[in-house]
Design a protein around this ligand. Sequence first.
Ligand code: KG4
Ligand code: ZN
Length: 366
Amino acid sequence: MQNLKILALETSCDETAVAIVENGSRVLANVIASQIDLHKLTGGVVPEVAAREHVLRMNPCLEQAFQQSGFQVSDIDLISVTQGPGLVGSLLIGVNAAKVLSFAWQKPLLGVNHVEGHIYANFLEREPDEIKFPLLVLTVSGGHNELILMKEHLGYELVGESLDDAAGEAFDKVSRILGLGYPGGPAIQKAAEKFQGKLSFNFPRAWGLKGHTEPSAKYGLEPKLHDFNFSFSGLKTAALQALPENLSVAKQAELAYAFQEAVVDALSVKTFQAALKYKVKEVHLAGGVSANLALRERLATLMAAQSINFKYPKNFAYCTDNAAMIGAAAYYRAQKHGLPTLEAWQEISVDPNLELKSSQGLAASN
Ligand code: KG4
Ligand code: ZN
């Protein structure tokens, strides 16, 4: 199927997003109505507030997407929407809007997994043959933290995951502890950049092996680790315990830096070792935390040393939640399975715990 033009809707958490994407790569419109200012007031997302905002913002976002692209409804071949995982109230707004449009405009509708969307964000604005399989994806967002091996399109093998908090969640929680606000990732990155001098302490890294608590420099490049799972809850406790009674700006910067280093260390060393074990040609970083410059830099250095291609989304707007990535994932699904029927919308329902499934089913392998 050539020149497939997909209208995509995403409302899984706190961004109302609408995009129009051609052939899974060319982004003709990418509208994101962020609710960050609203959720800053409560230090995090209140689900009911997020859902209500989606209702208010969906129509203006749709109008803007058509304006940006210069498209008419008749130009659209397929509608796609995030079905899950995410907040149920938020997902319902996007899915119901997409169903109405599918029925009213007589366009087929395809439900997309949000995590699959993040994975396919790396295909946006890239030629399909620029990407080489097998590849390893590190998904790092507020809700997800997985290492996924892909030997082909839409084929996912889970090789590691967070046993507790996702990396983004850890950034958000520690940011709150340090009084840096919401969302935590960008706030911690900014504070960490201000740190100068020598670290006066070191936060633990959960390597998954007894006794291995030293920084990665000592053994990080040898494939010694048992598993590729992550854990960040101990780090959160360590940050809480290290908090002085009076937190100066300098100490805040030091704690932010130490925390970011510990997360970057764990994520990059395990990803690197998994990349060696599975002999992948590429490593992709996906999800909100892929915007983190320290993480990008570390992974780039490690992969370059082994001539493994390293990619992250071409645009910062494709790292955090957006609809263009949903349009990209829908394109590859449609390529593999064909367009859904015009009645398919009737079968699409929200699933807040939707699992990532490859065409053959998501296999766990360690
Ligand atoms: O993918 P995303 O927009 O939403 C989910 O699917 O969860 O990811 C949001 C997460 C938040 O936890 C946010 O703090 C984190 O991505 N994030 C960052 C950065 N920008 C966003 N974390 C670290 N460094 C950043 N620059
Ligand atoms: Zn996301």
